[in-house]
Design a protein around this ligand. Structure first.
Ligand code: ADP
Length: 538
């Protein structure tokens, strides 16, 4: 062997050092009700060092889990950097889980310490007495601390330390962070990210074939840091020099428009529900200004064509669709129209889930596990593999989720000759009508294209003749009186006749999961319980 230099482990602490050294003046902006808090990468790195020292004094050792129960803010970023760099494991806790799920994941991961935002104390307090192994709770910011019993103050802990640390060196495959799936089916399952997977994922996020984050960017990070590492952006920031705007709890259309105007992000990341709300708010705000944005990265659920078109037509902003999941770190595919594509038809690419980013492999298989052709027609389940795709779940066996070294995604769709994936459904949401599949995603896309519709969710319901048929649940725009007859007529020229739903219901809002996606199981259950007012056609 000539040299061992190339074997240097890929550690998060290298990323921290890089950001601090090269981009020390770059900033993280945290939005509060009455002010914007600013911290430079240099300050954040120094505070991360102090946090690591304080955690060590509290007994956090190698491989111990440190939970965070926080909004997107600077202090959360400090924990993101400090905890893995010291050799412990960051466990981001989803603040929107039901109390029993929250207690389950804290205990399952065996968190030793939890860092909690003051504003979230009431939620953590609900489960405090069910967490026998949590030794310390550290509170950051104002809140009623008495609800939690004995707590430590984040700023006091940091004030007692001096910066300056030699971050330890270890195997790059060591666990750095973990996140539980949101448990839409069964108990949430833990996915562990390694230092190596995080490093490689960050490099992928900087590639211009993906989201191309660079030091010319300021990201508006709407996707939560409590779910899938905020799509990896906190780490990519220190690697690429891109700045971050942290919106905390201000996630509605109006404050997002305000941040866009005053803090001038170049790229914003969030699920479609958020962007739908931004369009709603913008319709009532003639001064809405998204001119600083070079793009919106939208994913986590299918992005409707009408939304992509509206951002382009009203604001000149390109929506870039991304696809991924907790198990894929999450960046796995991004939809960028290929070189030479006709500009007037670019949206045809943008409505697809995307092409895999370099480093990741993708295929589709049929029910028997046979690999299907890339012909844009054959429908099957996507399977994915690569260095930031999980190969197991933490502490549970789930053989049904893996297939010959590939992760079974549970997403169903087609893959075309250019490598673009189109997702027609999650396998648990597919509608099988008379043995043929109807895509709920495509139906939703078409219904929402109607001016009178704000949101639409399509779910499978039992049908005596066809086994299953689609039920369309519609949220109207405020002034709209659109009827089911009109929507059926609207669909007639847009989808195959046999796809048009017979059953329609008008609801106030579509129920959402903890990560802001449509919660279709709630709608199916409401239908089964006869709680929906359904109009039915022959
Ligand atoms: P959960 O939705 O259960 O919280 P994840 O956040 O891991 O779990 O979400 C992953 C799932 O989100 C994917 O398996 C897929 O069904 C869906 N998803 C993500 N991006 C897209 C996209 N661009 N189009 C359609 N579905 C998507």
């Amino acid at each position: 062997m000539l040299s061992t230099m190339q074997d240097a482990p890929l550690l998060i602490s290298n990323m921290v050092r890089h950001g601090e050294w090269l981009y020390g003046d770059k900033k993280v902006f945290t939005v509060h009700a009455d002010r914007v808090q600013e911290g430079t990468f240099f300050e954040i790195s120094q505070r991360a060092e102090k946090l690591a020292k304080a955690l060590t004094k509290l007994g956090v050792g190698d491989g111990d889990r440190v939970g965070t129960f926080m909004w997107n803010n600077q202090e959360h970023m400090e924990a993101y950097l400090a905890v893995p760099s010291m050799g412990a494991v960051l466990h981001t806790l989803n603040i929107r889980l039901f109390p029993e799920q929250l207690a389950f994941i804290i205990n399952h991961a065996d968190d030793k310490v939890i860092i909690c935002d003051g504003s979230l104390i009431p939620l953590l307090a609900k489960v405090r007495d069910q967490l026998p192994n949590v030794q310390h709770i550290i509170v950051s910011g104002a809140g009623d601390r008495s609800l939690l019993g004995d707590v430590l103050d984040y700023e006091e802990l940091l004030a007692a330390e001096k910066p300056g640390i030699v971050w330890p060196t270890f195997d790059e495959r060591k666990a750095a962070a973990m996140c539980y799936t949101s448990g839409t089916t069964g108990d949430p399952k833990g996915v562990v990210y390694s230092h190596r997977s995080t490093w490689l994922h960050s490099l992928a996020s900087m590639s211009s074939n993906s989201i191309g984050l660079s030091e010319r960017d300021r990201t508006l990070l709407i996707v939560p840091m409590f779910h899938v590492n905020a799509w990896g952006v906190a780490y990519t920031a220190f690697f690429s020099g891109c700045e971050i705007i942290m919106p905390q709890m201000f996630l509605q259309g109006e404050p997002i428009l305000n941040m866009s105007k005053t803090l001038r992000p170049t790229i914003a990341l969030g699920v479609p529900t958020v962007w739908n709300d931004v369009l709603r708010a913008a319709a009532a705000d003639p001064s809405a200004d998204l001119s600083s944005l070079r793009g919106i990265l939208c994913g986590g659920a299918a992005v409707p064509r009408s939304m992509i078109e509206a951002f382009k037509a009203k604001f000149g902003v390109e929506v870039v669709q991304g696809w991924g999941m907790t198990e894929t770190s999450p960046l796995a595919a991004v939809s960028i129209p290929p070189y030479g594509s006709d500009p007037t038809h670019e949206v045809d690419y943008r409505v697809k889930a995307g092409r895999v980013v370099a480093g990741v492999q993708l295929r589709i298989v049929d029910d028997a596990g046979n690999v299907l052709p890339r012909d844009g027609k054959s429908v099957g389940e996507f399977e994915i593999a690569g260095p930031w795709i999980t190969g197991s779940y933490y502490g549970v066996e789930a053989p049904d989720k893996f297939h010959d070294g590939w992760l079974r995604t549970g997403d169903v769709g087609t893959l075309d000759g250019e490598g673009f994936m189109v997702i027609s459904d999650r396998s648990k949401d597919v509608i099988k009508s008379g043995g043929e599949w109807i895509s709920s995603v495509e139906l939703e896309n078409e219904v929402i294209a109607h001016d009178g519709v704000f949101e639409a969710a399509v779910v499978a319901v039992p049908d005596a003749r066809w086994d299953e048929r689609p039920l369309c649940c519609v949220v109207r725009n405020p002034e709209s009186g659109v009827t089911a007859e009109e929507l059926r007529e609207f669909l007639a020229s847009r989808v195959a006749k046999w796809w048009i739903p017979e059953r329609w219901t008008f609801i106030d809002s579509v129920p959402k999961t903890s990560t802001g996606k449509f919660d279709k199981k709630v709608l199916r259950a409401a239908y089964a319980a006869g709680e929906l007012d359904v109009v039915q056609f022959d």
